[in-house]
Design a protein. Structure first.
Length: 87
């Protein structure tokens, strides 16, 4: 019997601050958490880095153009998907 391997679902999240405020988006027409607020975020596509992912998502979700040299990774988290209530 083949050993089942752990599978990650990588995602990037962007937190933008200005004048002690945080940019939030209201989700709609996605089928997931519609009506709730979120930061800019999305799943990393195959072959894509976390930075390239968040640059793409910022453009898609908020029309914001980012440059990689202006971004800084500040946190990495690993979560066990078995405990995720959405799976």
């Amino acid at each position: 019997m083949a050993k089942k391997r752990h599978q990650n679902v990588p995602a990037s999240y962007l937190t933008l601050f200005k004048d002690n405020k945080v940019l939030l988006l209201r989700r709609f027409n996605t089928g997931y958490e519609d009506g709730n607020y979120s930061v800019i975020a999305g799943h990393v596509d195959p072959g894509e880095t976390f930075t390239k992912c968040i640059i793409r998502e910022a453009k898609e979700e908020a029309g914001i153009e980012l440059k990689s040299e202006n971004l800084k990774v500040v946190h990495v988290m690993h979560r066990d998907s078995k405990s995720d209530e959405y799976n």
